[in-house]
Ligand binder design. Sequence first.
Ligand code: OSB
Ligand code: MG
Length: 369
Amino acid sequence: MRISAVDLAVVRLPLVRPFETSFSRMTAREFVIVAVHDDGAVGWGECVADADPFYSAESTTTAWHVLTKYLVPAALGRTIEHATDLAPLWRRVRGHPMAKAALEMAAWDLEARRRGQPLCTLLGAAARPIPAGVSIGIQKSLDDLTERVAAELADGYRRIKIKIKPGWDVEPVTRLRAGFGDIPLMVDANAAYTAADAGALGALDDFRLMMIEQPLDYDDLVQHARLQRQIRTPLCLDESITGPQAAADALDLGACRIINIKPGRMGGLGPSLAVHEIARARAIPLWHGGMLESGIGRAHNLHLSTLPGFTLPGDVAASRRYFVPDLIDPPIEVAPDGTIAVPAGAGIGVDPVPERVRAATVHQERFVA
Ligand code: OSB
Ligand code: MG
């Protein structure tokens, strides 16, 4: 494919309900979307960086800077065989995996559409129903939390994850076990604890949690390994797994027993496939994370989730939990059995609705070779 033009836009969409984590309370998402053109076809990508650099160092603004100044100029006018040929063009640009992933993933979509194949086929897998879980933010009260969990279970979701932080951990988990029995339940701390909190985290061992996600800092593999030796509940790493090397290091150290894959965090689908291989070779369970994506990123996530190493329900849920309307039509929906169908058709199988993108656009720029 010859990259003949790239369209970038910053879009802003209000969230259906606020999403609170240990690091922020979000009421809207502001993110970059990418359209990559060759002569005739178009591929779509979504940058998962948020307006604020709280989940990781990247933000919408840094992604815009790196895409417009470095990544797009290096790719524009180039003829490449595969989307994975982009990463070598960007070797000089250190970090910024979310910016890189947005363009790399758009190129995967473009490549699949050119071949008339679903993205999952190009990734080496095949469509299958994807078991879905939900990530529930920190709530104002235990009653509010109970109500949310009941609603998500009624919708069919197969796994509940709640966000925790010091002071909102044992109590909500106790309440959910009392109210809902042995449901598949896990917690995500988004790096809110320190090594000194091993006691508080160990107290969660009594609740048969599937895992504790990212309790300690994003660059703290050694401390995670120490913590994993002190508690029985499996640790899962999210923020810490920045790519194949970090995944191998984490597993060598014993820093986790489960990995959450988010292509945006690792620079795209190419690195995600590499982490998938590393985990499979060591029989480490994987699941697909979420970053409150619109339908563009959500469709990418569903295609990647078809790979065989994704053995646990992911954070890939229905559009209507996030945006009404979504940028895409029809929206992504969950079936009564708690699975989501991979969008059929070439590429990611969905297209953004032009008027909705226009209405959400804060600013945009077009680059032509
Ligand atoms: O840690 O998994 C996370 C959302 C934004 C940033 C980080 C995370 C999350 C979620 C939500 O947990 C997952 C989703 O529903 O998209
Ligand atoms: Mg997480």
